[in-house]
Design a binder for this molecule. Structure first.
Ligand code: ADP
Length: 448
């Protein structure tokens, strides 16, 4: 096992990883930008290294600075968290070339899944169901017209290198296709430096359901059930739950055996998530994330597995400490992503935390790096806290989340707590009747 790990991230996820390391008796190295000198992850780590000024490219995306920090401090492994360099295959390669372990999959798998076209081609080989669409990259607009005619409108043009909902454009009819194709390519080129795009049927009312898996270096792969992440705004997840309120045990069994089989064939190591759209009883694969996800705590609650600990163990060459039959998915868990934003306009709201009172009690978990007096820097993501609850049933989990949100005091900045409260009080939500479009409609209705 490693004796020292460098955490190449910030905020709540840096803290989450640090906590797992502490419990495992592993020393930690925090890296930080000058804007994060007072951050909680820096205060709690055994050692810390300043890696640059606030801008991301000069700090948290600065491969050379992070590698130097690991070398100077003698870290044996790097945990990238999510975002930043977590899905950067060349960074993973560079880390390994320096004799340091990358806590993630082997770089070949990061590269394969980072190219969404390649990911779909790979999944197809293993009989994972896909969204109907082009078989590979779209070479020209004529091919786009041809495929769209075959599968029917609306269609979606998506960037091969896509992420964060960028480089994605819908065409509801033939006359919108050329424009969608142009805009998606331009956006993709600007965001990812790669204008390769593909085409998919635009599903009108799907749910977003994703499977959590974890594999080791010995070909063992176990799934931890699914998460329902349909509540999204601008393709960004807002509230997630495990398990999904709509899947039967039989459906879960079927899709998870297809997925684990595919991952075993790939010899995939690390935690991973296969994202699907689910409509009319059918699953359609959209992409795979080869890292820890923001919403991993809901799966931890229902499976009773510490995903970060397992990631560290498998990266250190250990076997998974459990087999599929050891996993008994139980109860219900919900996560609310709380952002420092105006709950109505969603404008970012950085500033100083004047009062901070976290909720507590049975079945309540708060993953947050906030503290009273902390100054939220304006340079980074607005996620400031993840509030996660667990209860035997979904109804009880909703009641518990409402109670926990009521207790939660954050003052000095605006937060999205009121939005979460409104969602939890909605009867459709309470009945589990929602799709990926539900939240945008809900927000529009509430703004009237
Ligand atoms: P990104 O990597 O940019 O997040 P994804 O492929 O994961 O892109 O898609 C993000 C979200 O966009 C999905 O959760 C879903 O809400 C929507 N989406 C993606 N593909 C489709 C599709 N074919 N039909 C309808 N909605 C889609």
């Amino acid at each position: 096992m490693f004796s020292k790990i460098l955490i190449a991230n910030r905020g709540e996820i840096a803290l989450r990883i640090l906590r797992a390391c502490r419990e495992m008796g592993i020393r930690t190295v925090a890296v930080h930008s000058t804007a994060d000198a007072d951050a909680m992850h820096v205060r709690l780590a055994d050692e810390s290294v300043c890696i640059g000024p606030p801008s991301l490219t000069e700090s948290y995306l600065n491969k050379a600075a992070i590698l130097s920090a690991a070398t100077i401090t003698g870290a044996e492994a790097i945990h990238p968290g999510y975002g930043f360099l977590s899905e950067n295959a060349s960074f993973a390669e560079l880390v390994e070339e320096h004799g340091i372990s990358f806590i993630g999959p082997n770089p070949e798998h990061i590269r394969m899944m980072g190219d969404k076209i390649q990911a779909k081609i790979t999944m197809k080989q293993f009989n994972v169901p896909l969204v109907p669409g082009s078989d590979g990259a779209l070479q020209d607009i004529a091919t786009a017209y041809k495929i769209a005619d075959e599968i029917g409108y609306p269609v979606l043009i998506k960037a091969a290198a896509g992420g964060g909902g960028r480089g994605m454009k819908v065409a509801y009819s033939k006359d919108e296709l050329e424009e969608a194709w142009k805009v998606a390519r331009t956006e993709a080129q600007m965001a990812f430096g790669n204008d390769e795009v593909y085409l998919e049927k635009y599903l009108d009312n799907p749910r977003h359901i994703e499977l959590q898996i974890i594999g080791d270096s010995y070909g063992n792969v176990v799934h931890l059930g699914e998460r329902d992440c349909s509540l999204q705004r601008r393709h960004q997840k807002v509230l997630e739950e495990a398990l999904s309120p709509v899947l039967t045990d039989e459906q879960r069994q079927k899709i998870s055996s297809i997925v684990t089989n595919a991952m075993k064939n790939l010899k995939y190591r690390n935690a991973g998530t296969l994202e699907f759209l689910y409509q009319d009883g059918h699953f359609c694969f959209i992409e795979m994330n080869t890292r820890l996800q923001v919403e991993h705590p809901v799966s931890e609650y229902v499976s009773n597995i510490d995903l970060v600990r397992e990631q560290i163990c498998v990266a250190a060459g250990e076997k998974l400490s459990f087999i599929q039959n050891d996993i008994h998915l139980r109860g219900h868990s919900i996560e609310c992503r709380i952002n420092a934003e105006d709950p109505v306009t969603f404008a970012p709201s950085p500033g100083t935390i004047k009062m901070f009172h976290p909720p507590g009690g049975l079945g309540v978990r708060l993953d947050s790096a906030l503290y009273q007096g902390y100054k939220i820097p304006p340079y980074y993501d607005s996620l400031i806290a993840k509030l996660i609850v667990y209860a035997p049933t979904r109804t009880e989990a909703i009641a518990r989340m409402k109670r926990a949100l009521e207790e939660f005091v954050i003052s000095g900045v605006n937060t999205t707590i009121p939005l979460h409260q409104a969602i939890l009080n909605d009867e459709e939500f309470q009945r589990g009747e929602y799709t990926i479009h539900w939240l945008e409609n809900f927000i529009a209705k509430n703004q009237q």
